[in-house]
Design a protein around this ligand. Structure first.
Ligand SMILES: [Zn+2]
Ligand SMILES: [Zn+2]
Length: 267
């Protein structure tokens, strides 16, 4: 079997030999195929041209790629008292990054906000010897099946004491955020993925069906996200990429932003 990595979304595919005819993630309305067409990379291309970027991101241990690749998400370690969850994945898995993570302790599970960040989840799970927790609602978007994938259904799932996945929907049916609050994070933090995206001013958030194609959500979906987050308290909101984080009054920023959004699309 041969591995192929989509250059636009960063997701790994496996075929007998030739690359897939298209990338279903990028053909979908929420992504895009570049003007000069679909491009695939081999694992060798990826290792030759990129490294893992490993650094602190406003108080959490982050792993991304350097130079920036595809959607340029970074994953983080949610280092709770009861264990560690790796939130999101990148397309590149290096020995250096795996060693840096495991030096901090074992990883209990990988959780991912939505299919745009499935990337090399199968490789991360193998390297870290842990399960991948994904919502049943998004199972059709899994491109690389893995025995380590555990599907869950419902609106919330506690991964560890103080670490809870909240399924808000919107961007994808299964779109999740992760809430963390325990002795290691007493002020509370929300890891938002693309379920809600932290704006460039780091004072507000938005929620879109497609970010690159600027397709908004409807009133019902925006209200549902607001309603599912209403009971949760958090000071920080960690966005999908480096330094796109709200550092204070996160729950108020999210509540206010979604209220304004709902009012704007109802007017
Ligand atoms: Zn793609
Ligand atoms: Zn997305």
């Amino acid at each position: 079997m041969t591995d192929h990595i989509c250059a636009t979304c960063g997701i790994w595919f496996e075929t007998d030999s030739l690359p897939p005819a298209c990338c279903p993630i990028c053909e979908d309305d929420r992504q895009y195929v570049p003007r000069d067409g679909q491009k695939w990379l081999s694992p060798g291309d990826l290792k030759a041209c990129y490294a893992n970027r490993i650094e602190d991101d406003d108080g959490v241990f982050g792993i991304g790629m350097s130079p920036a690749f595809a959607i340029n998400q970074r994953c983080v370690l949610v280092e709770a008292v009861a264990g560690t969850v790796m939130w999101e994945t990148t397309s590149l898995v290096t020995d250096e990054a795996v060693a840096a993570i495991l030096a901090r302790g074992p990883v209990t599970a990988i959780a991912i906000s939505h299919p745009h960040f499935y990337a090399a989840m199968h490789l991360w799970a193998a390297a870290l010897d842990c399960p991948i927790i994904l919502p049943y609602a998004d199972r059709k978007w899994i491109q690389r099946p893995s025995a380590r994938i555990e599907l869950w259904d419902g609106l919330g799932r506690e991964l560890l004491p103080g670490v809870t996945l909240l399924r808000c929907g919107g961007h994808f049916d299964g779109s999740c955020v992760l809430h963390w609050q325990d002795v290691n994070c007493p002020e509370g933090a929300l890891f938002a993925g693309d379920t809600i995206q932290v704006s460039v001013d780091r004072k507000r958030v938005s929620a879109m069906y497609s970010y690159p194609n600027a397709i908004p959500l409807g009133v019902h979906a925006v209200g549902q996200i607001a309603q599912r987050l209403a009971a949760w308290r958090f000071q920080k909101v960690y966005g999908y990429t480096w330094a796109r984080n709200i550092l204070a009054d996160g729950d108020e920023c999210v509540g206010r932003s979604l209220e304004e959004y709902g009012a704007a699309i109802s007017a």
